[in-house]
Design a binder for this molecule. Structure first.
Ligand code: SF4
Ligand code: SF4
Length: 381
């Protein structure tokens, strides 16, 4: 396959948050300190080199950016202050925009105005839609019962419809990711058995973030894990136990306790990450792209409006609880509909997929004829 050179690639990556990549003089310190860097996925020096050379297709087919957890060690050790950790982060954003066939992700990452504008527009339409729906079939003075303003049975149908749409977009983007990183390389023959036997890696990495735990600093992994498990718990509660969650005003502790624990995890996790970014407390928080702020702010607003709604509902103030429910949904819907498939939330899907693809691809590489293994490309640090 002919290599395509994009001489403007470094400039393009700067829009996605990369710092001065051209400073790198390839000493290899960064790859040496990275605990995740090992043959055949050696980084971040090789990604820096591919960027400097404008090797767009090589970068598009690389899984390395997803194997980096942005501990920041490499940036701290770089004698040229070329910020290799931030480069890996910007590559993840760039790759997300390449996997997405709709072009929305590219639009969002290149302009925060588009992203904020889209969130506001979808939020406004959501609020309008739910208000019209509520007034057309119920009473704003009722939170539960046959005359409820937003009955949980109807919201449940809406939730599942939205979830299926998001899943369809994510799966189509995941298929493109597979094609770029594994499928199109005809010299790598991955046996079907590898795809099946390695499938457990998907839930394992998704739930535990176990590779992150290998980084020297454990606190970011722990905070990330708490945030992730809280989000997952909330998702399960909403998708499968919404009617029990919405019941009341009496508290059903068997269900609500999980909601309260998840809420605490979401508040603590998002506040800690926001504080770290504001303080620039370590290398991985020194540079914050607009999408990093949006992700955390949206998560915090969703959680706080959810808490307010719950307090109002359990206090029996139905009118205020219904209004807060509409406000809550008008933040939840754009966060899920726009950020999950096109923004930073999509990393939740791409990262475990990358771990999975990396393992099956590595097995395919071992089956290559020795003469066809590009020694420099795969082995240089
Ligand atoms: S440590 Fe810095 S200069 Fe050395 S290879 Fe890595 S990015 Fe380049
Ligand atoms: S930020 Fe950490 S995990 Fe990522 S490449 Fe650098 S050392 Fe490796």
């Amino acid at each position: 396959m002919a290599l395509r050179i994009n001489p403007k690639l470094i400039d393009e990556l700067e829009v996605y948050g990369a710092e001065d990549v051209s400073k790198c003089y390839h000493c290899g310190n960064c790859s040496a300190v990275c605990v995740h860097s090992s043959d055949p996925y050696v980084f971040p020096r090789r990604s820096m080199r591919n960027l400097q050379m404008g090797l767009e297709d090589k970068l598009k087919g690389g899984l390395e950016p997803w194997l980096c957890y942005y501990c920041g060690e490499c940036s701290e050790q770089c004698p040229r202050e070329a910020e290799p950790g931030e480069t890996m982060m910007s590559l993840r954003r760039w790759l997300t925009s390449r996997y997405d066939w709709t072009g929305i992700s590219r639009l969002f990452y290149r302009s925060w105005r588009w992203e904020v504008g889209a969130i506001l527009l979808v939020g406004f339409l959501t609020a309008l839609g739910f208000l019209l729906f509520g007034f057309s079939q119920g009473s704003i003075t009722h939170y539960n019962g046959s005359n409820a303003f937003l009955p949980s049975s109807k919201i449940h149908v809406f939730d599942w419809t939205l979830a299926m749409l998001l899943l369809a977009v994510l799966l189509s983007n995941a298929a493109r990711m597979w094609w770029y990183t594994v499928g199109r390389d005809r010299s790598v023959k991955v046996p079907m058995k590898s795809y099946i036997t390695k499938a457990y890696l998907l839930p394992a990495h998704f739930i535990t973030q176990m590779r992150y735990a290998k980084c020297a600093r454990k606190t970011p992994w722990l905070t990330h894990l708490v945030l992730m498990l809280s989000y997952l718990t909330m998702l399960v509660l909403i998708m499968f136990f919404l009617s029990k969650m919405a019941s009341g005003p009496k508290i059903d502790w068997y269900v609500h306790i999980f909601g309260y624990l998840a809420t605490v995890g979401l508040v603590v996790g998002s506040v800690l990450f926001l504080r770290n970014r504001l303080r620039k407390s370590s290398a991985q928080y020194t540079h914050s792209h607009e999408s990093d702020w949006l992700f955390l702010v949206l998560l915090l607003v969703v959680t706080l409006t959810g808490i307010s709604q719950s307090i109002l509902h359990h206090s029996g103030v139905d009118v205020a609880a219904n209004i807060m429910y509409v406000v809550h949904l008008s933040v939840v819907v754009p966060m899920l509909a726009l950020e999950v498939p096109f923004g930073k939330w999509s990393h939740l899907a791409y990262r475990p997929l990358a771990m999975y693809f990396a393992d099956v691809r590595a097995e395919g590489l071992t089956r290559r004829e020795p003469a066809s293994v590009p020694s420099e490309g795969l082995r240089a640090a």
